[in-house]
Design a protein around this ligand. Structure first.
Ligand code: SF4
Ligand code: SF4
Length: 234
């Protein structure tokens, strides 16, 4: 079968070209890329590490949708591209550093943790968000991040919700205050991030939960101001 890979190199003219490769049936994408590199084109550049869906380093787009190359089974005619909305360094390797700075900007870390006994139910509330592998697929799929690079974005907001929902965290209001500007109200709740997350995390729902916490602390959705008050009580 044949697949196409979008190749990029700043010194190419034009810098981006599509190249077609023949690969055998039954491979996952990372195996196909390995085979192309070892037997056909040593210049093909991509990133991988754990090869088992744990590190998130091999995230790319196939036919416009974000996948982990180590998990995706190749189909005839697939079109493989780097993640979107980030700078491409070369071929399928992107610069994730801008997206990762959102964690610091959103203060997505513990602020004031008390020593409190956690029940199994308490842990269940925050364990899924803790599984994020920072693959940045959710940023690549996010239409708001594409239009507005200052948007804090899905995984940073999910990580903030992880602390807001944590029974031990005492600084819930401080967390919420940090994600008002360029944060929770900018999200359109389109659900793309939830759809592409390889870890089954639901950033859309976590952002919705942050919005309810924000209303509880007296913040109101600026996009709703023209509709007046709904008399919400918490
Ligand atoms: S739900 Fe919000 S954060 Fe997720 S992709 Fe859509 S706009 Fe972006
Ligand atoms: S939330 Fe999911 S898609 Fe986003 S970086 Fe974490 S693991 Fe990847």
């Amino acid at each position: 079968m044949k697949i196409k890979v979008r190749r990029f190199h700043p010194r190419f003219d034009p810098p981006s070209i599509d190249m077609e490769y023949e690969v055998p049936d039954g491979l996952v994408l990372l195996e196909a890329l390995d085979l192309i590199k070892s037997q056909r084109d040593r210049s093909l550049t991509y990133r991988s590490m754990c090869r088992s869906g744990v590190c998130g380093s091999c995230a790319v787009r196939v036919n416009g949708k974000e996948v982990l190359a180590c998990e995706y089974k190749v189909q005839h005619g697939d079109y493989v591209e780097p993640l979107s909305v980030v700078d491409v360094i070369r071929d399928l390797v992107t610069d994730k550093s801008k997206a990762l700075t959102t964690l610091a900007r959103a203060k997505a870390y513990p602020l004031d943790m008390a020593q409190v006994q956690m029940s199994e139910e308490d842990i269940k509330l925050i364990e899924r968000q803790s599984d994020c592998i920072l693959c940045t697929s959710c940023y690549s799929s996010c239409p708001v991040y594409e239009e507005k690079p200052a948007f804090l974005g899905p995984f940073a907001l999910t990580r903030v919700y992880r602390y807001v929902a944590d029974k031990r965290e005492q600084a819930k209001k401080e967390h919420i205050d940090e994600v008002i500007e360029d944060g929770i109200w900018d999200c359109t709740l389109c659900g793309n991030c939830t759809e592409v997350c390889p870890q089954g995390i639901d950033p859309k729902n976590d952002i919705l939960m942050l919005q309810s916490w924000a209303a509880k602390f007296g913040h109101f959705n600026p996009n709703m101001s023209s509709f007046g008050s709904f008399g919400l009580e918490f």
